[in-house]
Design a protein around this ligand. Structure first.
Ligand SMILES: [Zn+2]
Ligand SMILES: [Zn+2]
Length: 212
């Protein structure tokens, strides 16, 4: 069984998620944007063994702690999609712009593409490429747990911003309707900010994508 705990980090209250395989207690951390000591304390308390870092996209609040965490614990960095290379290159500038501590640079161990999968212990999640908020944004979907970790693609009642360089509103809508909705109305998603919701609820009530 896949389990997870979400820990809001950084001044942007970004939902970093610790996900683990209940059978093996092997864990991955999704989007360690910062506040690493708080994240590692949560990992310790859960009694799981942190083995990988998974990234949805390379905005500072999601990826800012990646370089330091990977170096400290010798963890592989999985994702995002190569379309976000320019955001990784710009992490130092993002740190200054948003008043974050300087982000250590990093190079993903493995880039992700649509249709890939990631595995932690006995749990496998599928990867969908969902550009629009950033060109290299990916989401992680566990069909067995009916959970999706969607970063800044979709929120409860809202959608990701598309006014950044290489953001694209129509592409974001297409990502949501063509790559998220097929995961099923009952699927619960963990957004990059704010509370969880289900795809069915957003299809009914989210003003940006209702009825699509
Ligand atoms: Zn973002
Ligand atoms: Zn964000």
């Amino acid at each position: 069984m896949l389990r997870y705990q979400t820990v809001p980090v950084t001044p942007f209250q970004q939902n970093s998620s610790i996900v683990w395989c209940d059978a093996t207690k092997k864990a991955a951390i999704i989007d360690p944007g910062g506040d690493l000591d708080r994240l590692l304390a949560a990992v310790d308390k859960l009694g799981v063994s942190l083995e990988q870092i998974w990234l949805t996209h390379a905005h500072i609040d999601h990826a800012g702690g990646t370089g330091e965490l990977a170096r400290r614990l010798a963890l592989p960095i999985v994702g995002p999609h190569p379309g976000d290379q320019f955001w990784i290159d710009g992490l130092a500038q993002q740190s200054r712009m948003f008043g974050f501590p300087p982000a250590e640079p990093f190079v993903p161990t493995r880039w992700l593409d649509d249709g890939d999968s990631v595995t932690i212990g006995e749990e496998t999640l599928s990867v969908r490429h969902c550009p629009g908020h950033t060109p290299g944004h990916v989401v992680f979907h566990s069909a067995s747990a009916q959970r999706a970790f969607v970063g800044d693609v979709l929120f409860a009642g809202s959608i990701g911003r598309t006014d950044f360089p290489q953001g694209n509103h129509q592409q974001l809508i297409d990502s949501i309707t063509q790559r998220l909705w097929p995961m099923g109305d009952e699927t619960v998603f963990i957004p990059g900010h704010g509370p969880e919701s289900s795809f069915g609820r957003e299809r009914r009530s989210n003003p940006y994508v209702a009825g699509t």
